[in-house]
Design a protein around this ligand. Structure first.
Ligand SMILES: [Zn+2]
Ligand SMILES: [Zn+2]
Length: 371
C-alpha cells in the first residue's frame, strides 16, 4: 500500500514523501498511526545515525490502531489500540528472559529500522528503508514487529497514550529504576523537557524528599514544579549548591541527566551535584557518538563510592511498564495530558522541532489527523 511519512534522506531537514509499505509478513503488524511525539532522539538523527543508515522514516514515540496482522500474530488483532515500543521485547533472548527487556537482542537494528525478519518495511523510489527504532511513527501507516506493539485499553485517548511510548517511561524509569531513588533521597534532574519532567514525577513517586530541577528555560522549570519538583534552578551549578544545602552537606543521592544534548560540560555540571554514595544516571544522548564523551574524576568516584549508570528507556520493560504508567495516569497519580504543549501536522514537523530547540515546548505532538 501507499502512505505518507517524514523521512531523512541524509543529515538535514525532514521531508514528507510518498512511501510504499510492504504487506505484513509473519510476526508483523500493520498500524495506522494516530500520534507521534517529537522526541529529541529523532532530532539527533538529523545530525547522524550511528550504526544505522539513510534514508530512514522518523518517529519512534507513537500510538495507533492495528489495521492488519501477518501470519502467526496472536498478541494483537485488527482494531486494537497500540503504543509503539521503540525497543522490541522478544521475551526469549538472554536479556528479556532475565527481566531486562530494554536490552533485548532484537533491538540490534533500531538504527537501520530493519525488522527482526530482515525485512525493510518501506520503499522510497524503489529503495528499501526502515523506520527509526523499527517504528517509523512519522508515517501515516507503518509496519511493526509484534515485539514492538504494546496493546493498550481502548478507552485511553491515543494522544495521551503516545507519550508513554518513550518520554514518560524513559524519564520516570531513569529515576525509579536506573537511579533507584529511595524515600528521603535528594534528587537532581538536569534538563526538564519531555523526559526530565517525567524523571521528576518518578523521583516523587519513589519518595524523594527533595527534587531539584535544573533548566535554563522558565517554562520548563514552572512545569517541573507543577509535577512535584520541590525546587528549580537555571543551572546545574546552582543545583549543586542547593543539593548540598538540602542534604546537609553530602550532595545529591541521585542525579538524572536528561538534557537535549549530552556533552562533557553537561557531565561536569551533573557530577558537581552528586554526593557521597550517589548514582549519576545518564539518559541524554548527543548528536554524534564522539560528542557524548564525558569526563569523570576517578579519584572522587572511588573515595565517595559513586556510580555512573547508563539508562536506556529508563530501564523499563515496555510490556509491563507502559500499561502500569497508563493505570497511574487513570488514577490521577501521573500527569500526562499537560505534557503536550503543541500539536503539529506532518507538514509542520520541522516547525515543531524548531519550537523544541527554542525551548517553547515540553512535548510537541504530531497529530496525523491534522492537515
Ligand atoms: Zn524518544
Ligand atoms: Zn529479547
Amino acid at each position: 500500500m501507499k502512505t505518507h511519512g517524514a523521512v531523512l534522506r541524509g543529515p538535514g531537514d525532514w521531508e514528507v514523501v510518498e512511501l510504499e509499505l510492504v504487506d505484513p509478513g509473519p510476526g508483523q503488524v500493520l498500524v495506522e498511526m494516530a500520534y507521534a511525539g517529537l522526541c529529541h532522539s529523532d532530532e539527533h538523527l538529523r545530525h547522524s545515525n550511528p550504526g544505522g543508515r539513510y534514508p530512514i522514516v522518523g518517529g519512534h514515540e507513537g500510538s495507533g490502531v492495528v489495521v492488519a496482522v501477518g501470519p502467526g500474530v496472536t498478541a494483537v488483532a485488527p482494531g486494537d489500540h497500540v503504543v509503539t515500543s521503540f525497543l522490541p521485547a522478544c521475551g526469549h533472548c538472554r536479556f528479556c528472559a532475565a527481566g531486562r527487556s530494554n536490552l533485548c537482542d532484537k533491538g540490534a537494528t533500531i538504527a537501520s529500522g530493519q525488522l527482526p525478519s530482515g525485512t525493510f518495511p518501506f520503499r522510497l523510489d524503489g529503495e528499501p528503508l526502515g523506520g527509526f527504532c523499527m517504528i517509523g511513527a512519522f508515517a501515516e501507516h507503518t509496519l511493526l514487529s509484534e515485539f514492538s506493539c504494546v496493546k493498550v485499553d481502548p478507552w485511553i485517548p491515543l494522544d495521551t497514550a503516545a507519550l508513554v511510548a518513550c518520554s514518560v517511561p524513559t524519564g520516570w524509569g531513569s529515576a525509579v529504576y536506573s537511579g533507584g531513588v529511595r524515600p528521603g533521597d535528594t534528587v537532581v534532574v538536569v534538563g526538564l523537557g519531555g523526559v526530565g519532567a517525567n524523571a521528576v514525577q518518578g523521583a516523587v513517586h519513589a519518595g524523594a524528599l527533595h527534587v531539584v530541577g535544573a533548566d535554563p528555560v522558565a517554562l520548563k522549570r514552572e512545569f517541573a514544579e507543577s509535577v512535584g519538583a520541590t525546587h528549580t534552578v537555571a543551572s546545574a551549578e546552582e543545583a549543586a549548591g542547593l543539593a548540598r544545602h538540602l542534604s546537609r552537606g553530602t550532595g545529591a543521592d541521585v542525579v538524572v541527566v536528561t538534557v537535549g544534548k549530552m556533552s562533557a560540560e553537561v557531565m561536569k555540571g551533573a557530577m558537581s551535584c552528586l554526593g557521597k554514595g550517589g548514582t549519576l544516571v545518564l539518559t541524554a544522548l548527543a548528536d554524534r557518538v564522539s560528542d557524548g564523551n564525558v569526563g569523570l574524576s576517578g579519584q572522587l568516584a572511588t573515595v565517595f563510592e559513586q556510580r555512573i549508570q547508563g539508562s536506556l528507556f529508563g530501564s523499563c520493560n515496555p510490556f509491563t511498564d507502559i500499561p502500569m504508567l497508563l493505570r497511574l495516569h487513570e488514577e490521577g497519580r501521573l500527569e500526562l495530558d499537560r505534557l503536550i504543549t503543541r500539536r503539529y501536522s506532518l507538514d509542520q514537523l520541522n516547525e515543531g522541532y524548531r519550537d523544541q530547540a527554542a525551548g517553547e515546548t515540553i512535548r510537541g505532538l504530531l497529530d496525523h489527523s491534522l492537515t
